[in-house]
Design a binder for this molecule. Sequence first.
Ligand code: GH3
Ligand code: MG
Ligand code: MG
Ligand code: MG
Length: 302
Amino acid sequence: MAERTTVLLAEDDVSSRRIMAHLLERSGYEVRVAQDGREALELIGPDVHVALIDWMMPGVDGVEVCRRLKEVTGGRAYAIMVTAKAEKSDIVHALDAGADDYMTKPVDHAELLARVRAAERVAVREHRLAQAWVQARSEADRDALTGLYTRRVFDEALAELTVKPRSAPVALLMIDLDHFKRINDTHGHRVGDEVLRAAAEAIRSEVRSGTDIAARYGGEEIAVIAPAAEIGGAEELAERIRARVEELRLVAGGTLVAVTVSVGVAALQPHESEHDPARTLVERADARLYEAKGAGRNQVAA
Ligand code: GH3
Ligand code: MG
Ligand code: MG
Ligand code: MG
């Protein structure tokens, strides 16, 4: 049996709550009902797909509930704010707080269900997209030296994963080996190849195997796409990679080869409407990488 979509409903007004809960249940959703913000915080879990959140609630308000929902679900749940307010500035505030959509009261029943269906499509789509990418790859999509995905796969994946609408941020790590030319010059090109292979393996061992895409971007530069990752999470991943590479103990001609990487981290938020989102994200991560190099290498800049 297919998994049912879980909808969190947070509404302090009794009659609105009853009507909305009834509509959603009748449409086959698994509905979790909260009478106020505090209860909503308790009912939030990583399994929530879509949330309908009343803006005005006593105690903990809708904006706070929205923020927490995004945190717990790693940005994946789709948040629709329900509000009596219709001022432009309020809507901007809601979207800034991480809301994906909003509806004004009184809520039209057909519109409510249509919006939840649209939200469901985005939330479910994003997860499947990332998984499908990883599952559909063959050997030809792998770089011969490193075993990482090829540049072509990277370009295709990034274009698809950054397309709108997005319910979660997409993060990108740009990783570049430090002073790699010197390693080649000192130890020879074959050792250089070994170093590159070992660094790639260290990176692969740190990324999430189901969804993250680690590719050889070019030469001694490796890129990792982390779908549905907040900038903070991506920064932690980058730091783990940096530390792991530094710990490599590679020996050539009886001497230890010191190898480190610099990493630039950037993310694209769900509501940014860039003309060319993939390119924007690459440019941002590149700029951070340049900073990390300038600040002395063997470090992460986000
Ligand atoms: P930085 O810290 O600024 O990145 O210095 P760098 O020396 O790593 O950067 P630079 O761009 O000057 O040199 C990159 C070198 O990487 C030059 C190129 O020959 C080498 N390289 C690129 N691809 C490969 C490869 O597949 N195998 C080997 N052995 N070397 C490679
Ligand atoms: Mg209310
Ligand atoms: Mg380099
Ligand atoms: Mg380089």
